[in-house]
Design a protein around this ligand. Sequence first.
Ligand code: FDP
Length: 342
Amino acid sequence: MHNTPTSVVTIERFIIEQERLHPEATGELSGILYDVALAAKLIASKVRSAGLVDILGATHHENVQGEIQQKLDVVANEIIIKAMDHGGRLCAMASEEEPDIIPIPEGFRCGKYVLLFDPLDGSSNIDVNVPVGTIFSVYRKITRGVRGEMEDMLQPGRRQVAAGYIIYGSSTMLVYTTGQGVHGFTLDPSIGEFLLSHPDIRIPERGRYLSVNDSYEDDWAEPVKQLMHSYRGIGGTRKPLSVRYVGSLVADFHRNLLGGGVFCYPGNHRYPQGKLRLLYEANPLAFVVEQAGGLACDGQQRILDVNPTELHQRSPLFIGSRDEVEAASAMLAPAALSASTA
Ligand code: FDP
């Protein structure tokens, strides 16, 4: 396959080409990726018109048809469920927006995969026109029944078969991996197609950027404070990283993936596990970053090796360029990360 940014390759064609590399593939995973791309286009069109709601709608809460306006994260959640539940490829889903497993409705065939997703990450940024994203993660079912169960959801991240994200920014991009590198597609809104724009993304080994909300500094443990000081070059130990914090994980992650950098959301004294969700945020982005040559840890171990115990479990997160995440693990959990990735 010789796809370059100058050849026009739609996401559909790319997925088919990837599938051909696996003669044993049934096409089910490809089908899931098509459906995710469709959901992404539907969500993108809603996000694009978010700022017009108050102009086109009658009030803050009602639209022109007199229906109650739903929050965009709820809309995105429904779009994904409706795009995915009837394809016959999934046996269950789980969403950051829903307390329990989302079953496949009666009457539809169940497939051999589960999908976990955060429908609209960074949603507090929508009102101020700042990029938001969708994050997704796919596992093969491990239980014997027809329907997906909790055990299928609570698998360590290293067992993911696909993961990725969509960023609704100045353009809409879908970035995913199936374990064969990381590939990025940009939505051409005039033809409604995702076109291959970033084949085989590699994250720079050294970071340029540091993404962290340091208003929590007073609550951080001493080693975390020291790590952040070292990233900033305080004490002259290294060239400082430049601070960039959007406050939308997908946007911060995407910048660091392309330009090099580290995103940190440490636990703190008040919230020892931080804020981010292991299954919907940390795991999928960890799979992407490792496939691009980077690393992700929780300060104690590699993210992809954590054994989840709950659907909505939180996890501290240090993710991005290899050198910077190695620095984090060396300061926060000496020797742990290098042992598990060796
Ligand atoms: P949000 O609450 O707006 O959905 O996971 C949620 C998230 O955003 C991430 O996208 C973002 O990186 C983080 O929270 C921001 O949290 P802080 O405001 O605590 O920095």
